[in-house]
Design a protein around this ligand. Structure first.
Ligand SMILES: Cc1ncc(COP(=O)(O)O)c(C=O)c1O
Length: 359
């Protein structure tokens, strides 16, 4: 990962690259080993059905569909609501816009337009003023608004429920659907106490990931109406995402729902601790008040660093980070980063920020 091979040889003391890195715990592996299974393409895996129904009900929807990845869950959700030649609108930092390899265009013939917003924070006026609802023979019709909660590249931003509701109010009567990329909706719930269904009910489809902060090795769930999930099931098969005795993976997700949701508060506290340290070491690198969940995005440029050089400097001391822009570095807390690892990260990051790059 690091440019300098000697850097890669340093043992990792704090791995803040991503919350997708987590290894299944012994208890999770045990739950996977004993899970009842069946052929899920025939709808006969009881553990998968239990997971799908449980997540759907948690989010206030009729049914769910287990998918191998968050990207597939998102892409199924998008294509359910947008016909080829129609558009979706989302913010410019959204995962569906930046990190799904153009899948909406490639697979579904969907065009995208974006609005810009600091930290990816949703302001209802942004999507509402961008939408083209009349369509006709000249302008592309807006069919879908996508909201990401929490917002990954925005820095774990929690979307305000009142803004979501205002978008819903402005889209419902003009035939524009809403999809929630809820890969980290668990973090939003833990940060705010807002019930999952209060978020979920505002959307036509919602995707959630089990393989991020929740610590499962694989898997996401798309939820929506029973009719929509029936259509999504066909498309999942077409995409090659129909899996067989996959209850062993769904069991990891069920275990995570039982044991790994409330503990996300620990990740949030650790992320905030680093942000407070970074802000003291290099004012302007981050505003700790904006660190609501498990992600911190640092502007290392204020201390004279480029993001890749900062990432290499941290890796040389055993702290793995991710450059998400020329001067933006992302740090993500998860199940496998404890207080001791956070201490190391705070020490390394604050020292680098304070000292700046070697002249
Ligand atoms: C906000 C968001 N949505 C969707 C995804 C896609 O998940 P996956 O990597 O499982 O395809 C990610 C992955 O990091 C994400 O951060």
């Amino acid at each position: 990962m690091a440019a300098n091979p000697s850097v890669a040889a340093v043992p990792v003391a704090a791995d803040l690259l991503s919350d997708t890195l987590t290894k299944p715990t012994p208890a999770m592996r045990e739950a996977m080993a004993v899970a009842p299974v069946g052929d899920d393409v025939f709808g006969e895996d009881p553990t998968v059905r239990e997971l799908e129904r449980r997540v759907a009900s948690l989010l206030g929807h009729e049914d769910g569909l287990f998918t191998p990845s968050g990207t597939m869950a998102n892409q199924l959700g998008l294509r359910l609501s947008v016909a080829p030649g129609e558009e979706l609108v989302c913010d410019a930092l959204a995962h569906v816009a930046r990190a799904e390899m153009g899948a909406a265009a490639v697979f579904s013939g969907i065009t995208s337009r974006t609005w810009s917003s600091p930290r990816g924070l949703l302001r209802a006026a942004d999507p509402l003023s961008l939408m083209v609802t009349g369509g006709g023979a000249y302008q592309v019709r807006t069919a879908l608004v996508v909201v990401e909660n929490t917002h990954n590249f925005g820095g774990g931003t929690v979307q305000p429920l009142e803004e979501i509701r205002a978008v819903r109010a402005g889209t419902r009567d003009v035939g524009v659907a809403m999809h929630l990329d809820g890969a980290r909706l668990w973090n939003a719930h833990v940060a705010t106490g807002v019930p999952f269904a209060d978020y979920g009910r505002e959307f036509d489809t919602v995707s959630v990931c089990l393989s991020k902060g929740l610590g499962a090795p694989v898997g996401s769930v798309l939820v929506g109406s029973a009719e929509a999930m029936g259509r999504a099931r066909l498309w999942r098969k077409r995409y090659g995402g129909g899996m067989r005795q996959v209850g062993i993976l769904a069991a990891a997700g069920l275990h995570a729902l039982d044991h790994h949701v409330e503990r996300l508060a620990e990740d949030h506290a650790r992320a905030r601790r680093l942000a407070v340290g970074a802000a003291a070491a290099a004012p302007g690198s981050v505003d700790p008040a904006t660190v609501e969940t498990n992600i911190v995005i640092l502007d290392v440029g204020v201390a004279g660093w480029s993001a890749p050089a900062f990432v290499d400097g941290a890796a040389a001391q055993g702290v793995r980070l991710y450059a998400v822009g020329p001067r933006a570095v992302r740090l993500v807390w998860h199940l496998d980063v404890d207080d001791a690892a956070t201490d190391v990260a705070v020490d390394v990051v604050t020292t680098l920020l304070r000292e700046g790059p070697a002249a």
